[in-house]
Design a protein around this ligand. Structure first.
Ligand code: PNS
Length: 191
């Protein structure tokens, strides 16, 4: 299509005003939402929902070589759960990575990293990570979003601990995660 003597494609935005027509390339923003997700919680899902409204493409990326000790779920199990729980989002994909997050983000062509901040206690760790990532790659931005208030105390670590001691976590993780927890954790201590 030719507008005002300028050839445009559907990948251009056209701004017109005062008799002038401008076109500009569309900026599609791809962001990575990295984490260990052992397992996915409703807090994570809430952040995915919020993030997917802000960016064009959101890649949930599970760290494969986490230093967080013995995980409850294998990486493929976590990947499967997240994939199932996020299938309703048209612009969310799920993958795994290891090594530096900045390298993975660059490989993916992502401009941003999405992270959640639940409480002030998260801030210091998140700030250090964001600054380190900025040092490693000044082009990569970190976006912080806050989950819904009702999930501010929810963490994968607490979910595992409570479930393993027989507590009810049904309001805090997707139903498919409850099922996986039941299958994974010995019957006598299940919630
Ligand atoms: O869910 P988590 O455990 O809080 O996620 C932490 C994660 C995966 C975002 C972080 O450990 C990470 O990015 N690791 C990859 C290694 C890396 O890039 N380290 C330097 C940045 S501090």
């Amino acid at each position: 299509m030719t507008v005002g003597g300028k050839t445009t494609t559907t990948a251009d935005f056209i701004f017109s005003g005062c008799g002038r027509v401008y076109s500009a390339d569309v900026h599609t923003v791809k962001a990575i939402y990295p984490g260990t997700f052992d397992p996915l919680t409703n807090g994570h899902l809430d952040l995915i929902a919020r993030g997917s409204k802000i960016v064009d493409e959101l890649v949930v990326a599970i760290l494969r070589n986490s230093e967080k000790g013995m995980p409850l779920f294998t990486v493929p199990e976590r990947e499967e759960m997240i994939r199932e729980a996020t299938q309703g989002f048209g612009n969310v994909s799920v993958t795994t990575f290891d090594g530096l997050l900045v390298d993975f983000a660059r490989q993916q062509g992502a401009k941003a990293v999405l992270r959640g901040i639940r409480a002030i206690s998260d801030y210091e760790y998140e700030f250090q990570m964001a600054m380190m990532n900025r040092k490693l790659d000044p082009e990569l931005e970190t976006l912080f979003m806050m989950p819904a208030e009702k999930y501010t105390y929810v963490s994968s670590r607490l979910i595992k601990g409570v479930f393993q001691l027989g507590g009810d976590v049904t309001a805090l993780v997707p139903p498919l995660v409850v099922e996986r927890l039941k299958a994974k954790v010995p019957k006598r201590v299940q919630g």
